[in-house]
Ligand binder design. Structure first.
Ligand code: FES
Length: 266
């Protein structure tokens, strides 16, 4: 899908139009494949799988009918490389170039789910094709990670298509600083670190400090060993971090994002 980086969004109506255009184009595809580009899957050679998938789709003339989306961590890293095929919501794991060629022929062209490439449940001794039925996913309600694994992390269009930047538009055009802080305080939103510090209190403290020059640190420190939750958001949904930083930033100043605690490779 085409990039829009040269467009300037001046009003909420512009944003609305971009969202509707994106959704219209996205819904025009016969299938959408969300292929995981998270660190775990990359270390399981997902690049080879992506190349094989692109090649198989091109050879069969499917490139215009199938939307291929490179996402952040889908969540089930032990099954990587993995992908989800919509609209059915089928989860395919432990992928290889041979398996994706088979999925292209049998699922994307033939319309039949390739069960032997789906998740195998040791408890029931059955393959479980649909993501919503997987024991790992079916009790989860994703909030902070709602977009991770479901959007193209490199596309601002995709983020806008998932309601991104609408909070920023509201703050800039309607609420202003004081009402924003009031609303965030009233919402009870808290930090994701161990202290669960109230976000509204933090924002008000920053707002009330004297001086023109203020700094916002994006603390992406991975305090919990092996959790990688902050890195997952930065990798899989970076625009949500940028939008949040911009909410706190004065309109007339430039924005520099300096994540703390993330290795230079990210
Ligand atoms: S990195 Fe692919 S599922 Fe986690």
């Amino acid at each position: 899908m085409s990039a829009i980086y040269s467009l300037r969004i001046k009003t909420p109506a512009d944003l609305e139009e971009l969202r509707e255009n994106f959704r219209k184009r996205a819904s025009g595809y016969r299938h959408t494949i969300y292929i995981c580009g998270g660190a775990g899957c990359i270390s399981s050679h997902s690049d080879d799988v992506v190349q094989a998938l692109k090649k198989a789709m091109a050879l069969r003339g499917l490139a215009q009918e199938i939307r291929l989306v490179s996402t952040g961590c889908i969540g089930l890293c032990a099954q990587g490389p993995c992908m989800i095929v919509d609209p059915e919501g089928v989860f395919y794991g432990n992928l290889t170039p041979e398996k994706v060629r088979m999925i292209v022929d049998r699922h994307l062209i033939g319309g039949r789910i390739v069960k032997e490439c789906c998740y195998y449940d040791d408890a029931s001794k059955e393959y479980i094709p649909h993501t919503k039925d997987l024991p790992f996913f079916n009790k989860q309600v994703k909030i902070a990670l709602r977009n991770v694994g479901r959007i193209d992390f490199g596309s601002i269009e995709d983020y806008i298509g998932h309601d991104g930047y609408f909070a920023l538009a509201k703050v800039l055009t309607d609420w202003g600083r004081d009402k924003t802080i009031e609303e965030v305080t009233a919402s009870g939103l808290r930090g994701r670190g161990g202290a669960g510090f109230p976000t509204g209190v933090k924002w008000k403290s920053g707002h009330d400090q004297p001086g023109d020059q203020k700094y916002i640190i994006c603390n992406a420190d991975e305090g919990d060993p092996g959790a990688f939750m902050d890195r997952s958001i930065l990798e899989g949904d970076p625009h949500s971090v940028i939008e949040h930083r911009r909410l706190l930033h004065r309109r007339e100043q430039g924005l520099r994002l300096c994540p703390r605690g993330v290795s230079p490779g990210h």
